[in-house]
Design a protein around this ligand. Structure first.
Ligand code: HEC
Ligand code: HEC
Ligand code: HEC
Ligand code: HEC
Length: 320
């Protein structure tokens, strides 16, 4: 149990960002309902120069300032916008939920910019949610694609999604139930990830760099905020046959998040060369694949593991 708790560090981290709005068991603020009652007057019409819901061009520069800044201006007011949209009875959490809802509808790739595709997709996900309410992966869109014209056949493959379809807001990501009110109060990942270092793979965040740049500060121990990780800087080079660069396994980048016991001895015997590792095993979710492709960057990012180039082949043999 202890192992799995620590192992969750990376996953837990992205979830806490995604759910920083405090999803309590009861009294969940419903962003859409609050928007519809208080904010809609200005933000649906553009009255007083308010940026319109779904107008991603008007919202993009604001969303870039980060959710915390937007929560602050929405709470305190800005220009022609009154504090809390003029409804002093709204709690901070309710204002935040309404802001989250606005962002989820207004960020690039959200409803406003591609209404048709999104609607088809949302309809799909509703169907899916009805069929398989506990499905953890958006396995359905592939099948749904057949019934929804214009849906990309590759949407089932998260690695092949075009940028506008990555890290979609919760109501449209195919994982959350769009019919559930709670979904609309979750913070959209694009907003949460915006200030973090970028990567080309996985969820498009370079978590190692984000950690080193102090952009994130994950708690090492779930129960104790003061526990610090025991970081060990030791690289292990695994030579690879053929032309692929050798693999450098870095203890440093792992022990910044993980406990020795997450890997030793259940996944790896702590002795250089004692473990048989192959790409086949990794792709099957064993060895490095226990985490990579699940809670750490995926196998498609070859050069991040295969980072040590080999010396060029000896020329003497080719030229007698
Ligand atoms: C009386 C009209 C009005 C109402 C009601 C209103 N807004 Fe606004 N809102 C505006 C205007 C105008 C701006 C643009 C302010 C500016 O940039 O000077 C704005 C901007 C914003 C921004 C962007 C702030 C920024 O830092 O760029 C957010 C977020 C926001 N509103 C959220 C809300 C929420 C949430 C509600 C409902 C609880 C709401 N608004 C209700 C008029 C309104
Ligand atoms: C993410 C997984 C992971 C974590 C966490 C981890 N290790 Fe390792 N460790 C490895 C791998 C992989 C090897 C290489 C095994 C091989 O080459 O067969 C290794 C090798 C070792 C070795 C053998 C070195 C040698 O030269 O023979 C020692 C000792 C070791 N680890 C200690 C630790 C300690 C102490 C910690 C915690 C501070 C730790 N490891 C955390 C994966 C991990
Ligand atoms: C999470 C780290 C990681 C990633 C990402 C990764 N590899 Fe590997 N790869 C390894 C390890 C570890 C080995 C085993 C090295 C050894 O023999 O000890 C390996 C071995 C290999 C081998 C040798 C044959 C075999 O199957 O063992 C090839 C070829 C290879 N990788 C190709 C790739 C390609 C192509 C990609 C990108 C699509 C890739 N790898 C991505 C870690 C990784
Ligand atoms: C117990 C989980 C776990 C295992 C097993 C694991 N990793 Fe990782 N690895 C992580 C996490 C978490 C990170 C940091 C988050 C991220 O980069 O996605 C990471 C980061 C890395 C990095 C750092 C990349 C950088 O930018 O500095 C490399 C390289 C790497 N892993 C290679 C490997 C290889 C090779 C293996 C197998 C020998 C392996 N990992 C096994 C969880 C694991």
């Amino acid at each position: 149990m202890k192992n799995t708790i620590k192992l969750r560090a990376a996953l837990f981290l992205s979830m806490t960002i995604a759910m920083s709005n405090g999803v309590g068991a009861a009294g969940l603020p419903n962003g859409k309902a609050i928007y519809d009652s208080t904010c809609v007057a200005c933000h649906s019409t553009g009255a007083a120069g308010a940026p319109k819901l779904g107008d991603s061009g008007a919202w993009a520069p604001r969303i870039k300032t980060g959710p915390v800044a937007l929560y602050a201006t929405a709470t305190k007011g800005k220009g022609a916008m009154p504090a809390r949209g003029g409804n002093a009875d709204l709690s901070d959490a309710e204002v935040h939920a309404a802001v989250n809802y606005i962002i989820s509808q207004s960020e690039p790739g959200a409803k406003g910019t591609a209404p048709k595709a999104s609607k088809a997709f949302a309809a799909d996900t509703v169907k899916q949610a009805a069929l398989a309410p506990v499905a953890a992966e958006p396995a359905g869109p592939a099948a749904g694609g057949a019934t929804a014209p214009g849906t990309n056949v590759n949407t089932f493959n998260r690695l092949m999604r075009p940028p506008a379809q990555r890290n979609l807001p919760p109501p449209e990501d195919g994982i959350h139930d769009p019919a559930n009110d709670g979904t609309h109060s979750l913070q959209p990942p694009l907003t949460a990830f915006a200030p973090l270092a970028k990567s080309n793979d996985g969820n498009r965040v370079d978590w190692v760099k984000s950690l080193n740049d102090d952009k994130i500060n994950p708690r090492y121990d779930r129960n104790d905020p003061n526990v610090k990780p025991m970081v060990m800087d030791m690289n292990i080079v695994r030579e690879v046959k053929g032309s692929m660069p050798d693999v450098v396994y870095p203890h440093k980048q792992h022990t910044q998040w993980l406990d020795c016991s997450n890997c030793h001895p259940a996944i790896f015997i702590p002795q250089k060369g004692a473990n048989q590792i192959s790409m086949a095993a990794i792709l099957l979710g064993q060895k490095c694949g226990v985490c990579h492709g699940k809670v750490a960057f995926p196998v498609s990012d070859c050069r991040r593991c295969h980072s040590k180039s080999k010396p060029l082949p000896v020329k003497a043999e080719a030229k007698p």
